[in-house]
Design a protein around this ligand. Structure first.
Ligand code: GDP
Ligand code: IMO
Ligand code: MG
Length: 436
């Protein structure tokens, strides 16, 4: 598969995450030199299937499986060193080469155990209606500390041990007081023990750490082709998603410039990844959710269980109204529609083309989550197909109803479809002729 005409490209999910970004990144990387994770952290779970092997990547870019590609984790991400080092060790055990091909920003913020604790306690103690259903990876509290600034620690802080110890001592005293006062926690963190643990992590991370902004500028100047790998999905973007049921970073593609430190003009194409239906993990409004046997069938057939947490994903019809809204701010220049194979066997397929609230058609995607939870989807119905699509490799191989369905999704979102997924394997992808 070659998509050389794309130039430097960002792969971004246009739904609520888990659209299949890992698979698309893996495929596109055949034509790229560098892959960059610019936001999020261990909350992400990107699957890459190569032959009989399946890899789940959390903090490492999906390009880590290709030794000739430089994998970069930039300052816009949050790093949990225990999880990252565990990920590196388990991939090495499986024969993946990780050395000079991995670069980690000295500006990235560190997730500490008190962030994870705060994440869990905030969820546990919030009234049921306000729980977000986070991945419990400490992402929200870490990004909150980053933006509040008083209590944050970055990778570079690890390499001045006296400074790190004194800063951590002050932070841990504050965190212990906070956790005791707000949540009644008695199991306190020990600053010295934590410092020892993190300074040991620092030595293991040292060979990878650098100023990734300078690195990326040098790579751009030398004409290397760069692929930006988004985590989460545009509807989970902290600014534009279904707030507060979102993640804490700029998941919508706009995060590339701020998170990776490259100019806006560095990105020429944006591949918007969607599933041929919709899924969501955790809480939050999901107007097209199917709680019936059709939703259960999609979950079973699509193996819709979280890559990071194992939680069953909520499944529903494709929401073209929400996806077109996501496309406004994520700016896809083409679409990759995955999991078309999962819909085989359904008599008819519904696609949401708008919302009604209080009997009136909405003209815009609502800002308030409680309002979004009350909308009634307006559906268009299309015919289904029965054939197994797993062996289709060309547009013409697809049944006519499947082609009509995909074309309609592209039309409704307003972006041309360039790739179609018909199974989890690398080769189970149809590349559309450019003029389609
Ligand atoms: P990501 O977070 O966007 O990278 O997506 P995940 O890896 O969390 O979830 C996508 C799941 O769908 C993974 O299990 C993939 O192996 C699988 N997958 C990707 N594309 C297809 C496809 O076209 N068809 C099917 N059946 N599975 C796919
Ligand atoms: P990838 O990169 C799907 C969801 C969580 C929760 C909300 C906030 O694999 O697509 P957080 O732990 O980030 O504070 O959780 O966001 N979420 C994801 N859902 N895919 C992801 O990543 C997600 N990362 C976070 O389920 O609803
Ligand atoms: Mg995922």
């Amino acid at each position: 598969m070659t998509l050389r005409e794309l130039g430097n490209t960002c792969v971004v999910g246009l739904q609520w995450g888990d659209e299949g970004k890992g698979k698309v990144v893996d495929l596109l990387l055949a034509d790229f030199d560098v892959v960059v994770r610019y936001a999020g952290g261990a909350n992400a779970g990107h699957t890459v299937v190569i032959g009989a092997e399946s890899f789940a990547l959390h903090q490492l870019p999906s390009g880590i499986l290709r030794p000739d590609v430089i994998s970069v984790i930039t300052g816009g991400t949050v790093i949990d060193p225990a999880v990252l080092l565990g990920e590196i060790a388990s991939l090495r055990e499986r024969g993946v080469q990780i050395g000079a091909n991995l670069r980690i920003s000295d500006r990235a913020h560190l997730v500490l155990p008190y962030h994870r604790r705060e994440d869990v306690l905030a969820e546990r103690t919030a009234p049921a209606a306000h729980r977000l259903g986070t991945t419990a990876r400490g992402i929200g509290p870490c990004y909150a500390d980053k933006h509040a600034r008083h209590w944050a620690i970055r990778v570079c802080d690890l390499y001045d041990p006296p400074w790190f110890r004194s800063r951590l001592a002050a932070i841990v005293a504050h965190k212990n007081a906070y956790l005791a006062g707000v949540f009644g926690e008695r199991d306190m963190f020990d600053a010295d023990r934590l410092a020892d643990e993190y300074l040991a992590f620092a030595e293991q991370l040292r060979p990878f750490v650098c100023n990734t902004t300078v690195l990326l500028h040098n790579l751009l100047r030398s004409g290397r082709r760069i692929l930006f790998e988004s985590a989460q999905g545009a509807l989970l973007d902290v600014d534009h998603g279904t707030y507060p049921y979102v993640t804490s970073s700029s998941a919508g593609g706009g995060g590339v410039a701020s998170g990776a430190g490259v100019p806006l003009t560095a990105v020429q194409s944006v591949v918007g990844v969607v599933k041929a239906y919709a899924t969501r993990v955790g809480s939050g409004p999901f107007p097209t959710e199917l709680t019936d046997e059709v939703g259960a069938a999609i979950r079973t057939r699509g193996r819709e269980f979280g890559t990071t947490t194992g939680r069953p994903r909520r499944c529903g019809w494709f929401d073209a109204f929400a996806t077109a809204y996501a496309a406004l701010f994520a700016g896809p220049t083409c679409l990759a529609v995955l999991h078309l194979d999962t819909l085989s066997g359904l008599d008819e397929l519904k696609v949401c083309i708008g919302y009604k609230h209080g009997g009136r058609r909405l003209t815009e995607f609502p800002a308030a989550a409680h309002l979004l939870a009350e909308v009634e989807p307006v559906y268009e119905t299309l015919s289904g197909w029965t054939a197994d699509l797993g062996a289709c490799r060309r547009w013409e191989d697809l049944p006519e109803a499947a082609r009509r369905y995909v074309s309609r999704l592209g039309e409704l979102v307003g972006v041309p479809v360039r790739m179609i997924g018909v199974g989890p394997a690398r080769e189970q992808m149809i590349l559309m002729p450019q003029e389609t």
